[in-house]
Design a protein around this ligand. Structure first.
Ligand SMILES: [Zn+2]
Length: 72
């Protein structure tokens, strides 16, 4: 995780598909640097990210492939 971006705030996330959820996220998660579920940073292989939604005026949010169920 990114130590300088661990401040937790509440964000309204518009998920792909149109579902709106209010989530407590770290700044790193909200800005797309960390997986929304496990806080892993984007890398290759099982740590690769896919966009799953966006936060208006903040940016896109991501999950790593492992959390999306691509690597079991
Ligand atoms: Zn993850």
């Amino acid at each position: 995780m990114i130590s300088g971006k661990q401040t937790v705030s509440t964000y309204v996330v518009i998920l792909d598909g149109g579902t709106v959820e209010t989530l407590e996220l770290t700044a790193a998660q909200a800005e797309g640097f960390e997986c929304l579920t496990c806080k892993a940073q984007c890398s290759n292989g099982a740590g690769a990210f896919q966009p799953i939604g966006r936060i208006p005026s903040v940016g896109s949010v991501f999950q790593c492939v492992a959390c999306l169920g691509g690597a079991r």
